[in-house]
Write a protein that binds this ligand. Structure first.
Ligand SMILES: [Cu+2]
Length: 71
């Protein structure tokens, strides 16, 4: 069963930013799908394993942006 979590990401401005976030988040174990939009500042991660918010935030930080868990 998959779970989906959404984050608000600040600092992304273009497709390159989206690609950087996608690359880092895709390294996390269990990730099945990543939807990321610079236009909306949203990152949605679908995974088959629970992923700690801190791990996602750290991955986004690694890409150069800041993520906060969204409702
Ligand atoms: Cu960019």
């Amino acid at each position: 069963m998959s779970m989906t979590t959404t984050y608000a990401v600040t600092g992304m401005t273009c497709g390159h930013c989206e690609g950087s976030v996608r690359t880092e988040v895709s390294r996390l174990p269990g990730v099945e799908r990543i939807d990321v939009s610079a236009a909306t500042g949203r990152l949605t991660v679908t995974s088959r394993l629970p992923i700690a918010d801190t791990a996602v935030v750290a991955a986004v930080d690694e890409a150069g942006y800041r993520a906060v868990r969204a409702r």
